[in-house]
Design a protein around this ligand. Structure first.
Ligand SMILES: [Zn+2]
Length: 113
């Protein structure tokens, strides 16, 4: 499960920022997850709870914002919001798609008291 690796990296990133900014605690972390990133938000929350357990971040609220990804059809050139349940072009039903946005997972915000 790569969500675990992602959470581990996020935890280290936040801890690094806390050290740099000399923060003793963080109230809330917001992570933006693109719908084409392959990351399952519910798994991500579960993994966060697991990796943050026993650290200074275990009480921190973990918020995931989902960002709808967009893709482009290579057959007809139309750009559309990608629906993971129906990955085909809404215009020509083509299957040759190129993801444009929504493949990233970013640490959007850290809220300190
Ligand atoms: Zn098309």
């Amino acid at each position: 499960m790569h969500e675990l690796g992602i959470c581990d990296a996020l935890l280290k990133m936040v801890q690094g920022i806390m050290k740099d900014e000399q923060l003793e605690r963080v109230d809330k972390i917001t992570v933006e997850v693109g719908s084409l990133s392959g990351v399952v938000p519910s798994f991500l929350s579960d993994c966060w709870v697991a990796v943050a357990d026993g650290t200074e971040l275990q009480e921190t609220e973990f918020v995931i914002e989902e960002l709808a990804g967009t893709a482009k059809c290579l057959d007809c050139g139309v750009e559309f919001t990608a629906d993971l349940n129906d990955l085909s072009c809404p215009s020509c039903r083509g299957k040759k798609l190129m993801p444009l946005t929504g493949r990233d997972l970013t640490l959007k915000e850290i809220l300190a008291p």
